[in-house]
Design a protein around this ligand. Structure first.
Ligand SMILES: Cc1ncc(COP(=O)(O)OP(=O)(O)O)c(N)n1
Ligand SMILES: Cc1nc(C(=O)O)sc1CCOP(=O)(O)O
Ligand SMILES: [Mg+2]
Length: 205
Protein backbone atom coordinates (compact mmCIF):
# COMPACT_ATOMS: atom_id res chain seq x y z
CA UNK A 1 0.00 0.00 0.00
CA UNK A 2 1.22 3.50 -0.83
CA UNK A 3 2.15 5.77 2.08
CA UNK A 4 0.48 9.12 1.50
CA UNK A 5 2.62 12.06 2.47
CA UNK A 6 2.77 15.65 1.32
CA UNK A 7 6.34 16.78 1.06
CA UNK A 8 8.99 17.72 -1.47
CA UNK A 9 8.06 18.98 -4.92
CA UNK A 10 4.30 19.35 -5.39
CA UNK A 11 3.96 19.98 -9.12
CA UNK A 12 0.72 21.47 -10.45
CA UNK A 13 -0.24 21.02 -14.08
CA UNK A 14 -0.42 24.00 -16.42
CA UNK A 15 -3.57 24.74 -18.43
CA UNK A 16 -3.75 22.54 -21.52
CA UNK A 17 -6.16 20.99 -24.01
CA UNK A 18 -3.59 18.52 -25.35
CA UNK A 19 -3.74 15.27 -23.38
CA UNK A 20 -0.64 13.64 -24.79
CA UNK A 21 1.50 16.76 -24.40
CA UNK A 22 0.31 17.21 -20.82
CA UNK A 23 1.03 13.59 -19.94
CA UNK A 24 4.56 13.89 -21.38
CA UNK A 25 5.13 16.95 -19.19
CA UNK A 26 3.81 15.23 -16.08
CA UNK A 27 5.94 12.15 -16.75
CA UNK A 28 9.02 14.37 -16.99
CA UNK A 29 8.12 16.02 -13.68
CA UNK A 30 7.73 12.62 -12.04
CA UNK A 31 11.00 11.41 -13.54
CA UNK A 32 12.66 14.42 -11.91
CA UNK A 33 11.26 13.44 -8.52
CA UNK A 34 7.96 15.31 -8.02
CA UNK A 35 6.27 13.63 -5.04
CA UNK A 36 2.82 15.09 -5.60
CA UNK A 37 1.02 15.98 -8.84
CA UNK A 38 -2.09 18.14 -8.80
CA UNK A 39 -4.32 18.11 -11.87
CA UNK A 40 -5.32 21.77 -12.24
CA UNK A 41 -6.56 22.71 -15.67
CA UNK A 42 -8.82 25.70 -16.12
CA UNK A 43 -9.16 25.09 -19.89
CA UNK A 44 -12.83 24.88 -20.83
CA UNK A 45 -13.66 21.89 -23.01
CA UNK A 46 -10.39 20.07 -22.30
CA UNK A 47 -10.76 16.27 -21.96
CA UNK A 48 -10.53 16.53 -18.16
CA UNK A 49 -11.51 12.95 -17.35
CA UNK A 50 -9.07 11.46 -19.85
CA UNK A 51 -6.28 13.76 -18.75
CA UNK A 52 -6.83 13.12 -15.07
CA UNK A 53 -7.05 9.34 -15.61
CA UNK A 54 -3.76 9.43 -17.51
CA UNK A 55 -2.07 11.41 -14.74
CA UNK A 56 -3.49 9.08 -12.09
CA UNK A 57 -1.91 6.11 -13.89
CA UNK A 58 1.45 7.90 -14.11
CA UNK A 59 1.35 8.76 -10.42
CA UNK A 60 0.66 5.12 -9.56
CA UNK A 61 3.63 4.08 -11.71
CA UNK A 62 5.95 6.55 -9.91
CA UNK A 63 4.40 5.99 -6.47
CA UNK A 64 3.53 9.68 -6.27
CA UNK A 65 0.47 11.29 -4.72
CA UNK A 66 -2.28 12.38 -7.13
CA UNK A 67 -4.51 15.32 -6.17
CA UNK A 68 -7.36 16.82 -8.21
CA UNK A 69 -7.96 20.56 -7.97
CA UNK A 70 -11.47 21.91 -7.22
CA UNK A 71 -13.49 18.85 -8.25
CA UNK A 72 -14.46 16.14 -5.75
CA UNK A 73 -16.39 14.18 -8.41
CA UNK A 74 -13.38 14.06 -10.73
CA UNK A 75 -11.22 12.92 -7.82
CA UNK A 76 -13.63 10.03 -7.19
CA UNK A 77 -13.93 9.14 -10.88
CA UNK A 78 -10.14 8.88 -11.20
CA UNK A 79 -9.53 7.20 -7.84
CA UNK A 80 -7.29 10.12 -6.89
CA UNK A 81 -5.49 10.27 -3.55
CA UNK A 82 -7.29 13.49 -2.77
CA UNK A 83 -8.63 16.89 -3.68
CA UNK A 84 -7.51 20.49 -3.24
CA UNK A 85 -10.16 23.05 -2.23
CA UNK A 86 -9.95 26.83 -2.29
CA UNK A 87 -12.38 29.35 -0.88
CA UNK A 88 -14.79 28.96 -3.83
CA UNK A 89 -14.64 25.18 -4.06
CA UNK A 90 -17.02 24.06 -1.32
CA UNK A 91 -16.62 23.10 2.32
CA UNK A 92 -14.50 20.38 3.84
CA UNK A 93 -17.39 18.47 5.47
CA UNK A 94 -19.28 17.49 2.28
CA UNK A 95 -16.00 16.71 0.54
CA UNK A 96 -15.05 14.42 3.43
CA UNK A 97 -18.44 12.69 3.28
CA UNK A 98 -17.90 11.97 -0.41
CA UNK A 99 -14.22 11.05 -0.25
CA UNK A 100 -14.14 9.12 3.02
CA UNK A 101 -11.41 9.14 5.64
CA UNK A 102 -8.70 7.60 3.48
CA UNK A 103 -8.32 10.39 0.96
CA UNK A 104 -6.50 13.69 1.31
CA UNK A 105 -8.21 17.06 1.48
CA UNK A 106 -5.91 20.04 1.01
CA UNK A 107 -7.12 23.57 1.65
CA UNK A 108 -5.92 26.96 0.37
CA UNK A 109 -5.37 29.39 3.22
CA UNK A 110 -3.82 32.32 1.29
CA UNK A 111 -2.25 34.59 3.94
CA UNK A 112 -4.45 33.49 6.83
CA UNK A 113 -3.24 31.40 9.75
CA UNK A 114 -6.75 31.58 11.26
CA UNK A 115 -8.15 29.94 8.13
CA UNK A 116 -5.47 27.24 8.37
CA UNK A 117 -6.31 26.49 12.01
CA UNK A 118 -9.98 26.25 11.10
CA UNK A 119 -9.23 23.99 8.16
CA UNK A 120 -7.07 21.72 10.31
CA UNK A 121 -9.83 21.52 12.94
CA UNK A 122 -12.35 20.69 10.21
CA UNK A 123 -10.23 17.78 9.00
CA UNK A 124 -7.91 19.16 6.33
CA UNK A 125 -4.89 16.91 5.70
CA UNK A 126 -2.64 19.75 4.57
CA UNK A 127 -2.88 23.50 4.17
CA UNK A 128 -1.42 25.78 1.51
CA UNK A 129 -0.23 29.36 1.95
CA UNK A 130 0.46 31.83 -0.86
CA UNK A 131 1.23 33.65 -2.92
CA UNK A 132 4.75 33.67 -1.50
CA UNK A 133 6.13 35.72 -4.41
CA UNK A 134 4.58 37.45 -7.43
CA UNK A 135 3.15 34.76 -9.70
CA UNK A 136 2.87 35.14 -13.47
CA UNK A 137 0.35 32.28 -13.44
CA UNK A 138 -1.91 34.05 -10.93
CA UNK A 139 -0.87 37.71 -10.78
CA UNK A 140 -3.86 38.76 -8.62
CA UNK A 141 -3.21 36.21 -5.85
CA UNK A 142 -2.97 37.80 -2.39
CA UNK A 143 0.50 37.82 -0.82
CA UNK A 144 1.61 35.63 2.10
CA UNK A 145 4.89 36.49 3.85
CA UNK A 146 7.62 33.94 4.56
CA UNK A 147 7.20 34.63 8.28
CA UNK A 148 3.70 33.11 8.06
CA UNK A 149 5.25 29.73 7.24
CA UNK A 150 7.44 29.91 10.33
CA UNK A 151 4.53 30.95 12.52
CA UNK A 152 2.31 28.23 11.03
CA UNK A 153 5.01 25.60 11.60
CA UNK A 154 4.85 26.29 15.34
CA UNK A 155 1.10 25.81 15.71
CA UNK A 156 -0.06 23.43 12.97
CA UNK A 157 0.25 19.65 12.95
CA UNK A 158 -0.69 19.13 9.29
CA UNK A 159 1.85 19.53 6.46
CA UNK A 160 2.39 23.03 5.10
CA UNK A 161 2.52 23.70 1.36
CA UNK A 162 3.81 27.00 -0.03
CA UNK A 163 2.66 28.24 -3.44
CA UNK A 164 2.95 31.21 -5.78
CA UNK A 165 5.93 32.48 -7.75
CA UNK A 166 8.27 29.83 -6.35
CA UNK A 167 11.43 29.42 -8.40
CA UNK A 168 14.69 27.54 -7.93
CA UNK A 169 16.16 30.82 -6.78
CA UNK A 170 13.68 31.60 -3.98
CA UNK A 171 12.57 28.06 -3.00
CA UNK A 172 15.36 27.63 -0.39
CA UNK A 173 13.90 30.56 1.57
CA UNK A 174 10.49 28.89 1.55
CA UNK A 175 11.89 25.57 2.76
CA UNK A 176 13.99 27.27 5.44
CA UNK A 177 10.92 29.19 6.61
CA UNK A 178 9.07 25.93 7.29
CA UNK A 179 7.30 24.60 4.20
CA UNK A 180 7.03 20.83 3.88
CA UNK A 181 6.35 21.09 0.16
CA UNK A 182 6.64 23.67 -2.61
CA UNK A 183 3.76 23.84 -5.09
CA UNK A 184 5.00 24.99 -8.46
CA UNK A 185 3.55 25.44 -11.94
CA UNK A 186 5.65 27.66 -14.21
CA UNK A 187 9.12 27.10 -12.78
CA UNK A 188 8.68 23.39 -13.48
CA UNK A 189 6.44 23.19 -16.54
CA UNK A 190 7.48 26.33 -18.44
CA UNK A 191 11.09 25.21 -18.65
CA UNK A 192 12.90 23.53 -21.54
CA UNK A 193 13.96 20.58 -19.36
CA UNK A 194 11.10 19.72 -16.99
CA UNK A 195 12.80 16.66 -15.48
CA UNK A 196 15.91 18.65 -14.66
CA UNK A 197 13.89 21.47 -13.07
CA UNK A 198 11.89 18.95 -11.02
CA UNK A 199 15.09 17.26 -9.89
CA UNK A 200 16.61 20.57 -8.79
CA UNK A 201 13.51 21.36 -6.71
CA UNK A 202 13.48 17.83 -5.28
CA UNK A 203 17.11 18.14 -4.23
CA UNK A 204 16.13 20.96 -1.87
CA UNK A 205 14.38 18.45 0.42
C1 LIG B 1 -1.41 23.43 -3.39
C2 LIG B 1 -2.34 24.49 -3.85
N1 LIG B 1 -2.43 25.63 -3.16
C3 LIG B 1 -3.26 26.60 -3.55
C4 LIG B 1 -4.05 26.43 -4.66
C5 LIG B 1 -5.02 27.49 -5.09
O1 LIG B 1 -6.37 27.07 -4.90
P1 LIG B 1 -7.57 28.11 -5.23
O2 LIG B 1 -7.42 29.31 -4.39
O3 LIG B 1 -8.83 27.34 -5.16
O4 LIG B 1 -7.30 28.55 -6.72
P2 LIG B 1 -7.32 27.67 -8.05
O5 LIG B 1 -6.08 26.84 -8.07
O6 LIG B 1 -8.54 26.80 -8.06
O7 LIG B 1 -7.33 28.68 -9.15
C6 LIG B 1 -3.93 25.22 -5.36
N2 LIG B 1 -4.64 24.96 -6.46
N3 LIG B 1 -3.08 24.27 -4.94
C1 LIG C 1 -2.75 28.29 -8.45
C2 LIG C 1 -2.12 29.27 -7.55
N1 LIG C 1 -2.65 29.54 -6.30
C3 LIG C 1 -1.94 30.46 -5.66
C4 LIG C 1 -2.28 30.97 -4.31
O1 LIG C 1 -1.59 31.87 -3.83
O2 LIG C 1 -3.20 30.42 -3.71
S1 LIG C 1 -0.62 31.04 -6.56
C5 LIG C 1 -1.00 30.01 -7.84
C6 LIG C 1 -0.18 29.94 -9.09
C7 LIG C 1 1.10 29.14 -8.91
O3 LIG C 1 1.77 29.12 -10.13
P1 LIG C 1 3.29 29.52 -10.27
O4 LIG C 1 4.11 28.46 -9.62
O5 LIG C 1 3.50 29.52 -11.78
O6 LIG C 1 3.47 30.88 -9.68
MG1 LIG D 1 -9.76 26.16 -6.53
Amino acid sequence: MKTISINGLYAITPDSDDRDALLRKVEAGLTGGARVIQYRNKTEGAPHLEMAKGIAALCRQFNAVFIVNDDVELALQTDADGVHLGRDDGDIAPARSSLGAGRIIGVSCYGSLARALEAQAAGADYVAFGSMFPSSTKPQAPHAPLSLLTEARQVLQVPIVAIGGITLHNAPQVVDAGADAVAVISAVFDTPDIAQAAQAFSNLF
